[in-house]
Design a protein around this ligand. Structure first.
Ligand SMILES: C[S@@+](CC[C@H](N)C(=O)[O-])C[C@H]1O[C@@H](n2cnc3c(N)ncnc32)[C@H](O)[C@@H]1O
Length: 266
């Protein structure tokens, strides 16, 4: 569980008892270490709320399985809002795929079965160590994990003339506040433009933004700008979003935060 607002903090024991009653869970961990809690005047803490919480759990997702570090991982240990989008990757095949901002390499694991080689890039050595372990656990030997700054790596790959049949971009929220939006728009455009340059005709860009400040219309505007500057003709083959268990409340627009587009270079 993660509680992000002062108003809900005192209701935590109540929510725990409702959860224990409604869902057959064995234990509940409070993963209250997100920085936004500081603005609410709440302490940063990771502590068990019920039962005996294991350090890690295995998650089965489509054709792959991966380990989640409950206390130490980013977010709740896994980015479950991308689950359906990751499973969607099983519908593509080709020679080489690149998973940028790959964390534990789960997009790459889904791709590894139908691509000759997949490269996962992340700036976190710890996340990549887990990606390698996940590859072993899935019997995947064609996954290469590269520690790098995504912006630099994409630039270098372009310079080398490297080509990939499919690129996944799943960056962290570049726009954490409204004030960040202009700078964030430029950063999103930069990575998308660079990724498009690595794709030959027929290549697929699977691209996401989890920042609700970058609204869906702005996200597609940014992709249009990126495609124009990359001198690529690009068509949108699918518009997707967050998983079905991350529902959107119509009157709380920030609950519609994840955009995920499948683009094809024509
Ligand atoms: C939204 S998460 C990716 C989640 C992952 N794709 C998944 O489905 O589980 C963003 C990732 O980007 C990484 N990251 C942040 N800034 C980066 C940068 N400049 N270069 C490379 N990776 C970066 C973080 O370590 C984090 O693992």
């Amino acid at each position: 569980m993660q509680v992000g607002s002062f108003a809900l903090e005192d209701l935590t024991p109540k929510m725990v008892s409702v959860l224990l009653e409604a869902v057959p869970v064995k234990s509940i961990l409070a993963k209250n270490d997100q920085k936004s809690r500081i603005q609410e005047g709440l302490p940063l803490e990771v502590k068990p709320l019920a039962g005996s919480v294991p350090e890690s759990v295995w998650v089965e997702e489509g054709a792959v399985r991966y380990q989640v570090d409950l206390g130490g991982g980013q977010k709740t240990g896994a980015f479950l809002d991308q689950r359906e989008n990751r499973i969607r990757m099983e519908g593509f095949w080709g020679d080489v795929a690149l998973d940028v901002f790959g964390y534990h390499g789960v997009f790459a694991l889904h791709l590894a079965k139908s691509f000759s080689k997949v490269v996962v890039v992340d700036s976190s050595a710890e996340a990549l160590a887990r990606a390698r372990e996940n590859a072993l656990a899935n019997g995947v030997s064609n996954l290469e994990a590269r520690e790098a700054n995504a912006f630099e790596l994409l630039r270098q790959e372009q310079k080398k003339g490297a080509k990939y049949n499919l690129v996944v971009l799943d960056p962290p929220a570049f726009a954490k506040s409204k004030q960040d939006l202009e700078r964030a728009y430029a950063a999103y455009k930069e990575v998308n433009l660079r990724a498009l340059k690595l794709l030959p005709r027929g290549g697929i860009l699977a691209t996401a933004s989890c920042s609700h400040h970058l609204t869906e219309p702005l996200f597609y505007e940014m992709l249009k700008d990126a495609a124009a500057d990359a001198h690529q003709t690009v068509r949108v083959t699918e518009k997707r979003g967050q998983g079905w268990d991350h529902p959107v409340l119509l009157n709380v627009p920030e609950t519609q935060y994840l955009k995920f587009a499948l683009l094809e270079v024509c």
